[in-house]
Each structure stands twice: as structure tokens, then as C-alpha cells.
Design a binder for this molecule. Sequence first.
Ligand SMILES: Cc1cc2nc3c(=O)[nH]c(=O)nc-3n(C[C@H](O)[C@H](O)[C@H](O)COP(=O)(O)OP(=O)(O)OC[C@H]3O[C@@H](n4cnc5c(N)ncnc54)[C@H](O)[C@@H]3O)c2cc1C
Length: 592
Amino acid sequence: MAAVKKTLPRRQFDVVVVGAGGSGMRCSLQLAQAGLSVAVLSKVFPTRSHTVAAQGGVSASLGNMSEDNWYWHMYDTVKGSDWLGDQDAIEFMCREAPNAVYELEHFGMPFDRNADGTIYQRPFGGHTANFGEKPVQRACAAADRTGHAMLHTLYQRNVAARTQFFVEWMALDLLRNEAGDVLGVTALEMETGEIYVLEAKTTVLATGGAGRIWAASTNAFINTGDGLGMAARAGLPLQDLEFWQFHPTGVAGAGVLITEGVRGEGGILLNKDGERFMERYAPTLKDLAPRDFVSRSMDQEIKEGRGCGPNGDHILLKLDHIGAETIMKRLPSIREIAIKFGNVDPIKDPIPVIPTIHYQMGGIPTDINGQVMDWANGQNKPVHGLYAVGECAATSVHGANRLGTNSLLDLIVFGRAAGNHIVASHPERQHAHQAIPESSIEHSLDRVDKLETRASGENVYEVHNAMRDSMQAHCGVFRTLKLLNEGVTQMEQIADRCDNVYFKDKSKVWNTARIEALELANMKEVALATTKSAANRTESRGAHALDDHPERDDDNWLLHTMWFSENRRLEYKPVQMKPLTVESFPPKARTF
Ligand SMILES: Cc1cc2nc3c(=O)[nH]c(=O)nc-3n(C[C@H](O)[C@H](O)[C@H](O)COP(=O)(O)OP(=O)(O)OC[C@H]3O[C@@H](n4cnc5c(N)ncnc54)[C@H](O)[C@@H]3O)c2cc1C
């Protein structure tokens, strides 16, 4: 075996970026434009990354259509996060937002326009004027295909800047030396089944979310949390994974997303009595309250017998009253999705919807430059040579609940910031590539070898389904400690099964069975971290709502959860309450 390992093909770059979504490509653009050699890896063609599916918009306080400023945006984001977001990072993001959006505009992103030529902005959940007074128009949109427009714009800019794309390559493991520095990755060329060592002075994880650990999800099939798995196996913590966002409006039975932009354009939620029930739960913001709030209200309606349909198991999203013209102009893809997946034409009939898993607020901990932070002896410890950006990172601007349109913003603000920080610190990393310890490479190869040589064992699909069903049953919109603890026990058993998966077809070329087995190993880390972190937090905050502990507990829980794969251990880190330049927003009751 050792002889084979020595002959692994190698390539060298200044920077390897794992992931070609909005965050990875915003980062790589900054690097390539500065003249660094940059490789961007992606499991799919770059413009098929999940960012392409983003519909509603990207937030920035441009104030094109109603008065706005970044400080209100900051307040909304802190409150939306239920005070678990780090206020330094939130200030940075909201201040940078207008510049980041104008930059995209100048890159050629085809935003919708107002009559005066400025960027069109629609209202979105939890975004308000004057500290919660009324909804504000802050979501910059390209119809209901904002992510599509953003991703294609960034791809074209990267091609022009000579970023090197490795399309249909799957990164497997981080390579670290004794000091813990990250020196690159092992990666599988999916077409040939060959494994390469990609040496890098800096590695950036931009692998997106892991929504596929759930049965009903708005996420793409490739969203399997690979970057989180890689970080966890390399001994790094995963932060705040008990916080997962259920989007209020997935098409019932299908999971496909109906953007919050529908409610931004005037759509409303109705129960079986035809009542606009959000007026009762959130008198000021109504249907445009933040997502955790709306999802819980919908769940409550269904539980109390006011759900729609023969089984009383969904809610209706009505938008016919906004008119066919607005629907065709502002929400053309939504109409198509409703017809294809919900079997209704929203110009005439309401869409059956249900809260559906959508976004992971937690991830790989970083500072505001995107540099990954280990957590040891009660201190942040920078990991040399490793950055994380986008949905896989916990920077942490979204805290316990993300506001709609703040993710696309997070991608471009922190993708750019990480790029700038890498360029600025590159001179000191100009040295030749450091030697990668053989043991680090072997560790990764052994993992793959075990899969290749196993002659019997568990079926990948069956284990994945067991994981998805367990997550769905134990980690829902409303949770109880009993359910969560049962979930932990189940997930530990499922994790053992993940370690024993087997596939029959061992061929190398385009073997999707191998890829799915490798993805399952990553999902295992995310699912374990999620259940364990959730079962240990005895309060309700943001998207983590416990029926048996319904109150937020700021005295004991203004803390980030840090989960370590080794010994499946938990630690806690204080939330950064101090912004960069302004006064802190102290916690207060969260009503809308
Ligand atoms: C349906 C939908 C609609 C949304 N709408 C909005 C919206 O309107 N506004 C908003 O702000 N947010 C929205 N979001 C959220 C937002 O789109 C995502 O959080 C964001 O796009 C994630 O971007 P990313 O760059 O982190 O990763 P992604 O775009 O998910 O890209 C991940 C990349 O990593 C690559 N990758 C993963 N693993 C590996 C590996 N092992 N090796 C190599 N490459 C790998 C993938 O191939 C891909 O290129 C939406 C999300 C969904 C699912």
C-alpha cells in the first residue's frame, strides 16, 4: 500500500478554495485578481452550486425605495439572531452591505430596476425601519432568481481573472502538520476515481450547507456538509449546530422552496378558516416576522387543528390578490414551481406550504476575516492556513436565526474579506510549500481504503434514510428534551452504521456509490453535532425552541456551542456582544 501512496499525483497552488458557490467564487475572485494562483474545486459545475437556487434577494440598506440605514439593518440582524450573533461581525456585514451590492452591480449583475434606474428592493422578513417600527424595502432582487444572477456574474468574473476551476472534484480531507497548520487537501477526481494531493499555502472551505441530513429539505442534493466533516475530522470544533432554520414556505410534500419574497410582494398565510393568523402572533410585522417565528406559528396552527387540506397538515399561501402582472414580472419562477410541484397556479389558487429545513446557522467558527478559529483552554486559537466562508462558516452573523437575504450578503461580504486577508498575509506565506507529513495523507487514504476493501456491510441509502428520518422526527420546529435525547441515542447508533457502509461496485470511473459513501461520512459528523448540541441547550432561542424550556435564558446561555468530534464533547464560548465602533444592543424581549 505504501508504494501506491507515494505515487499520489500532486499539484501546488497558493490557495485552494473548496466550493464554487457565491462565497467561494467571491473569495477566489479577490485572490486571482491579486495575482495568486487559485484552484477552485467543486463537486458540480460552478454555476450549479446551491447559490443558484437563491430566489428572493440580497440585503443592503440602499434606501432606494424607503428610508433606510445600516444601523437599522444591524439592529434587525442582532434581534433576528436572538442575540446569539456576534455584534462585531454583524456591524461589519451591515456596514459593508451597500458597497458589496454596488460592486456586484458594477460587475454586471442584472438586478431589477426602478423607474429612476436604481436597484429594485422588496420587503423581507424581520427587516424593519426605525428599530422595528414597520417593514422596510431592503432586499435587492433580480426577479425571483437573485442567486442565479449573482452566481453567473461571479463565475464570469472569475473566468476573466483566470481562476482555475477543478470541476467535479471532491475534496476529502484537510492535510495538517504537527503544529496544526493546514497545508492543503486530498481530493478525488470524480471522473477517473484518482486521488490527488493539492498542496496550498492557504485553504478556504466554502462548501455550503448540510440540509440533506433532513428528510424534507429545500437544499440541493450536494449539500452534504463536506467542509464540516473535513473540519471535524481534523480535530476542529463545529459551532452552534443546534440552530437550523425551517423556512416557513416549502411546497407541502415536495420541499421545494417558495421564497419569502412572495410575502414581501404582499402574499399572506391562511389557516383552514381562511384567517390571516399571523396578525395574531406578530401584530406589527405579520407575515413578515422572522422565519423562526412564522414557522412556529404555522406549526401551532396545525397542532391546534387549523391546518388545511383533508389531513389538516399544511397552511395556504395566498397571492392571487397581488395580480397576475406582478406575479409574472416579479415571481415568474415561483409560479412555475407552484404549478409543477404544488399542482396549483398561484394566479388563481393558494399554494399549500409547510415549514421545511432550509439553512444551517452554525458551522466552522471563524473571525471577521474568515480565518478559522480553534477553541482551546477557553481561548480562540487561529488555525494557520485555513479559512471558511459562506454557509459552512459560523462567523457568526446569523446567531440563532438568520434573516432572509442576509445569507447572500454574508457570502459576498465575507468572501471578499477573507480574500483580502489572505492577500494581505500572503507575503509572509510566500515561502516554499511546507512538507506535508505522510501520516496526514495516509490518514485520508486509509479512510477511503476501508470503504474500498469492505466486502459486506450496511447499505448507504438505508443508513442515510435512517439518519434523515431520525433528524425529522427528533429535531423538528418544536423540540422537547426527551425527543432530543432519544435522537442522540439513535444518531449514535446510526453513526456506527455509517462507519460500516459497503458498496458493491468498486469501479473507479464516475462511481457515484463511492461519492455518496464519502458524503455520508461528512453528514454523520453534522448530524451528531446537531443532535448532541441541541439536547444540551436547556432554553429556547431563535430556531431552537424547546416545549419544556420555552423561555430564553440569557443568564446561562449567551454562549456559542462548540462541538468536537473526538469523544463527542461539548464546550461553550461567550457571544461577542461588543460591536466594532457603535454601542452594543443589549438583549431584550423579541416581539414583532
Ligand atoms: C432554495 C434556496 C433559496 C435561497 N434563497 C436565498 C435568498 O433569496 N437570499 C439569501 O440570502 N439566501 C438564500 N438562500 C440561502 C443561500 O442561498 C445559501 O446559504 C448560499 O447560497 C450558500 O452559498 P455558499 O457559497 O456557502 O455555498 P453553495 O452555493 O451551497 O456552494 C457550495 C459549493 O461547495 C462545493 N462543494 C461542497 N462539498 C465539496 C467537496 N467535498 N469538494 C469540492 N467541492 C465541494 C459545491 O460543489 C458547491 O460548489 C437560499 C437557499 C436555498 C436552498
